[in-house]
Design a protein around this ligand. Structure first.
Ligand code: HEM
Length: 125
């Protein structure tokens, strides 16, 4: 059976998680500087569509830029990816997302690490 995470979690729950994540990220000591003077609402909208498709949505079209192109000039390091994972985990739990769905969502995100961070691309561990 092909489990579709998107159907199991739902668009509204994905949006709730991402909104709460960005509320935290913009005041997080390790992450806030990346988002200084960015349009957070636009970022949430793009990431909502991107993430929905990543999780299995069939009826949406991502119209943002390719992830590698957007993130390569930001100098994101492993420590930032790790911090994002911790924050996402906390926010998913706060939103009542069952742990098995949260783990699957997080591992799909982690499969993108080499597109987000050069640090990650250079490391095999
Ligand atoms: C620590 C990790 C990350 C940081 C610090 C980060 C930071 C950012 C920043 C600052 C932007 C705005 C860039 C700009 O407008 O110039 C952005 C855009 C974006 N990010 Fe990330 N990001 C991270 C990880 C991720 C991950 C894991 C995903 C996918 C699940 C993602 C998806 C996106 C998308 C879809 C956009 C919008 C692209 C566009 O503007 O067309 N990001 N990110």
């Amino acid at each position: 059976m092909n489990l579709n995470l998107y159907d199991a979690i739902g668009f509204n729950k994905i949006e709730e998680v991402l909104r709460l994540f960005y509320d935290q990220a913009v005041i997080d000591p390790l992450l806030a500087h990346f988002f200084f003077e960015k349009d957070i609402e636009e970022l949430i909208q793009k990431q909502l569509v991107f993430t929905s498709i990543l999780l299995g949505a069939k009826n949406l079209k991502y119209q943002g830029k390719p992830l590698k192109k957007v993130h390569e000039r930001l100098n994101i390091r492993k420590v930032h990816l790790a911090r994002r994972n911790v924050l996402m985990g906390e926010v998913m739990a706060q939103c009542g997302l069952p742990a098995d769905l949260a783990t699957k969502w997080q591992s799909l995100e982690q499969s993108l690490n080499s597109q987000i961070s050069k640090d990650e691309a250079a490391c095999n561990d």
